[in-house]
Design a protein around this ligand. Structure first.
Ligand SMILES: *[C@@H]1O[C@H](CO)[C@@H](O)[C@H](O)[C@H]1NC(C)=O
Ligand SMILES: *[C@@H]1O[C@H](CO)[C@@H](O)[C@H](O)[C@H]1NC(C)=O
Ligand SMILES: *[C@@H]1O[C@H](CO)[C@@H](O)[C@H](O)[C@H]1NC(C)=O
Ligand SMILES: *[C@@H]1O[C@H](CO)[C@@H](O)[C@H](O)[C@H]1NC(C)=O
Ligand SMILES: *[C@@H]1O[C@H](CO)[C@@H](O)[C@H](O)[C@H]1NC(C)=O
Length: 351
């Protein structure tokens, strides 16, 4: 392939978040809306860390062989992000909501932290192309890289997995991210500005015997799947790095075979298309987070010397919508004793 072609494919890929807003939808969000979307996520992260640190003391973290001091630093970063965005937005800034997180101990908190930081990275990455003002873009980039360090450190040092999925992180659209975040939000001030986001119906996954690997068959259900399947073949779209891989959904058995070549953290949505672009209009349910697809996510003890949890791959769905057994881990279900692995090997790239 000629360099020019490679570069232009790269640019096209890099410019589109998975599950991009559909062209038919409302005008693109304004910068104020994007900043409030970011602040919505930062409020959530801030509450997530401050809540856990208030609940679990040094002894609890030590017992779990986890580094509380570094989680304190992450907590202070998230608080600083909230302050920064709140100051930038002034009286237009959205206020914190009430949240419910399913952690029950430092171990389940740490596992969920790795998942949330990864979603944070995908959120900023997916929103980048929508930001008009270059100064805001730089500020968002400065937060993005920091969230990425959080994700890497929590994954490797605290959860004993690779700090990345491969050479590219995965940009996610606003509605996909909101679908992942919404189940943790229980109520918000009525005065908060409305955001141009909606949550998709839940995708329920039950894994096969504790492992979700390329070639394995997973059970997948979502609302109205049978009705939707009546109008044509449905698919699961797997977002990995800058690539999307499609697999047919067997609506009679509620199963999907995980495509070859996927590794690390992979997001999946149910969709009615098998090629072209997954948009908000053709997304039927999801996303779910498939963690450590393909296994081999072991970072080998990690920088902090903790390495207390064995890697296991899993699917994370969110909040009340989750229903998981075996290797599929629901973020809304108690995480006790279950290792979430976020990292893996190379993402499959099809340039
Ligand atoms: C949060 O929950 C408390 C206690 O239920 C309630 O009083 C308060 O109004 C809620 N705040 C928001 C922002 O929903
Ligand atoms: C998904 O799981 C939730 C929670 O267990 C359940 O209430 C819901 O009915 C499930 N939906 C489908 C379509 O299986
Ligand atoms: C499923 O279909 C019914 C009937 O059309 C509709 O009322 C309901 O909102 C749909 N559920 C979801 C989650 O889309
Ligand atoms: C793309 O998908 C449509 C509908 O699913 C199908 O008719 C068409 O043949 C596909 N094109 C390619 C190149 O696979
Ligand atoms: C969760 O899924 C399992 C397996 O499909 C099913 O047996 C169980 O009833 C489901 N539980 C809920 C609460 O939906």
């Amino acid at each position: 392939m000629k360099l020019q072609t490679v570069l232009s494919s790269l640019c096209l890929l890099a410019l589109s978040a998975h599950a991009a807003p559909s062209k038919r939808s409302d005008p693109p969000p304004t910068d104020i809306q994007i900043l409030n979307y970011a602040l919505t996520l930062e409020h959530l992260e801030n509450a997530f860390y401050s809540g856990a640190l208030a609940k679990f003391d040094d002894a609890a973290f030590s017992k779990a062989n986890l580094n509380r001091a570094l989680f304190e630093q992450i907590a202070s970063h998230e608080a600083a992000h909230v302050k920064f965005l709140t100051t930038a937005l002034g009286d237009q800034a959205t206020k914190p909501c009430n949240y419910s997180f399913p952690y029950t101990d430092p171990t389940s908190f740490s596992a969920l932290s790795a998942v949330l930081e990864g979603v944070g990275v995908s959120a900023y990455l997916g929103a980048a192309a929508l930001i008009q003002n270059k100064d805001y873009l730089t500020a968002a980039g400065a937060i993005l890289t920091t969230e990425s360090r959080h994700a890497a450190w929590v994954s490797s040092s605290e959860n004993n997995n690779l700090p990345w999925s491969g050479p590219f992180d995965t940009p996610l659209g606003l509605n996909d991210v909101y679908s992942l975040a919404a189940p943790f939000i229980t109520s918000c001030p009525s005065t908060n500005p409305a955001l141009p986001v909606k949550a998709f119906p839940a995708l329920n996954v039950t894994g096969g015997a504790g492992s979700i690997n390329p070639g394995s068959t997973i059970s997948v259900t979502f609302a109205n799947a049978t009705t939707a399947a009546g109008s044509g073949q449905l698919f699961l779209a797997f977002f990995s790095g800058l690539s999307t891989t499609f697999a047919p959904y067997d609506a009679s058995k509620n199963t999907v075979t995980v495509p070859a070549g996927l590794a690390g953290t992979v997001y999946a949505v149910a969709t009615s298309v098998s090629n072209g672009t997954v948009t908000d209009d053709n997304t039927l349910a999801g996303p779910i987070i498939l963690s450590n697809v393909g296994g081999s996510g072991n970072a080998g003890g990690g920088a902090g010397g903790s390495g207390h949890s064995s890697p296991s791959n899993s699917a994370s769905t969110t909040g009340s919508a989750s229903n998981s057994t075996n290797g599929a881990l629901g973020m809304g279900a108690p995480l006790t004793g279950v290792a979430v692995s976020l990292a893996g090997l190379l993402a499959a790239l099809a340039f």
